[in-house]
Design a protein around this ligand. Structure first.
Ligand code: AMP
Ligand code: GLY
Length: 424
């Protein structure tokens, strides 16, 4: 089989790594890919939003299956474009990817189908939003409804902050048209867990749980980022919690989407808050998480291509997902200054030493080969160093040990990825 993966981050690197283990696959392409991906896949210089070129490439190369990693192309209808051309593709159509593309849609869906989530109201007018805030309980959460690189969420402690937030999202348009509609929702407290699940539109099968650390600095301080590290499994995601979520969240979500005429085929990512009143949905994403994928896939024992095909063919009920009884931790190595300003172009060394060890892997997010063919930093989040271990403590120790091998100027990382584990 020939497989094409669409995307360019650490997540796509991990997806290519998993596909490369499949006995069914002879050749992997990745568009546009990155320096790390080229270890397993031939990188093709086509942007993830250039549907016409992607479809033409898939036809020309007789690609048997295309896997979409990123959210933007999914929300914009890349799967529809591939299907219209008669090509096999893994991911939700635009009418289902809306579950991530519009938070207002996903909140209304949850309300209609009684799926537990925070109380909320949607607003398309700043005046109405401001009026609502006058009598609302603080703290409160403001969310740009559209895609905003995971950054369109404001947690406001006072009425003044919340009013300022409405201005930022709806009037100053800090996240562009993503803020045309905003969701104002109740503030929840508890542990956060990410659960990725495969679905064929009818059946949903969950992967092992994970947790992301979104803030830039230790102790969950500093600005929100695309994710500074992850661990899997989450010790807070107990059997009881899992059973509750299967019964009241995952299957009801897939059933709701089918009932709405929007069958969800692909990976459904549910961000959960484990509150005192039980698990509630924080958000849905319509694709693998980044950097959750970098700790979940290394633990998966299935042939991932068989699972992708079962989703596309509607036969997921015949697949049993299997995960190793171990743990994984991924520590992101970033450029100092991220997520604000930072320098790039510094040479990276030491990756091969890590990759040579069993149970360790460095996934690339923002790197490239410069004109001299040297691997250099090329982004805010540069690499994700993943290590396995018998349990979370061991995986965490292993991951931090491995980060010592990898060098570049201005290397920055959090030192407490997975620390919550010690409190469990
Ligand atoms: P989201 O993109 O909706 O997952 O939001 C990003 C982050 O904001 C989440 O991972 C939470 O840490 C936080 N957050 C979102 N919604 C809420 C809420 N209702 N209460 C408390 N924190 C929230
Ligand atoms: N790690 C969060 C996300 O992929 O959206």
């Amino acid at each position: 089989m020939k497989v094409l993966v669409v995307g360019s981050g650490g997540r796509e690197h991990a997806i290519c790594w998993a596909i490369a283990k499949s006995e069914k696959v002879d050749k992997i392409y990745c568009a546009p890919g990155n320096a790390g991906v080229s270890e397993y896949a031939e990188c093709v210089n086509i942007g993830a939003m250039d549907f016409e070129k992607l479809v033409a490439f898939a036809k020309e190369e007789a690609i048997d299956l295309t896997v979409i990693g990123m959210d933007d192309p999914l929300v914009a209808g890349v799967v529809d474009a591939f299907e219209e051309a008669g090509l096999r593709v893994f991911g939700p159509r635009a009418n289902a990817a809306i579950i991530e593309g519009s938070k207002a849609f996903s909140k209304d869906l949850m309300k209609k189908y009684n799926i537990p989530t925070a109380a909320y109201e949607n607003f398309t007018s700043p005046e109405a939003a401001l009026e609502y805030l006058e009598t609302a309980k603080m703290p409160i959460v403001l969310k740009a409804s559209g895609l905003a690189l995971g950054k369109g969420v404001l947690i406001c402690n006072t009425l003044e902050e919340a009013k300022e937030g409405v201005k930022t999202l709806m009037l100053d348009k800090q996240f562009g048209s993503a803020g045309d509609t905003i969701v104002i929702e109740e503030f929840m407290t508890g542990r956060e867990v990410s659960v990725l699940a495969f679905s064929d539109g009818k059946t949903i099968k969950c992967m092992t749980s994970a947790q992301d650390h979104k803030r830039a600095k230790d102790g969950d301080q500093g600005l929100n980022t695309g994710g500074m590290g992850t661990f899997s499994p989450s010790p807070f995601y107990t059997k009881d919690v899992e059973e509750f979520c299967e019964k009241y969240i995952y299957q009801p979500t897939i059933d709701a989407m089918a009932a709405e005429g929007r069958p969800f085929v692909g990976v459904l990512f549910t961000g959960l808050m484990l509150t005192e009143d039980g698990p509630k949905v924080l958000e849905y994403n319509c694709r693998f998480g980044d950097p959750e994928t970098q700790v979940v896939l290394p633990r998966m024992e299935n042939d991932i291509v068989e699972v992708f095909e079962a989703c596309v063919d509607g036969t997921l009920d015949q697949i049993e997902l299997s995960f190793a009884d171990n743990a994984a931790v991924c520590v992101v190595l970033a450029s100092a200054g991220y997520p604000e300003s930072y320098e790039k172009g510094f040479e990276i060394t030491g990756i091969d030493e890590v990759n040579a060890m069993e149970g360790y892997h460095v996934y690339h997010a923002g790197s490239k080969f410069n004109e001299e063919g040297k691997l250099v930093t090329n982004g805010g989040r540069v690499l994700g160093v993943t290590a396995l271990g018998a349990d979370l403590k061991e995986a965490r120790a292993n991951a931090y040990e491995a980060t010592k091998f990898v060098h570049f100027d201005n290397k920055y990382m959090r030192t407490d990825i997975g620390k919550a584990i010690d409190e469990a």
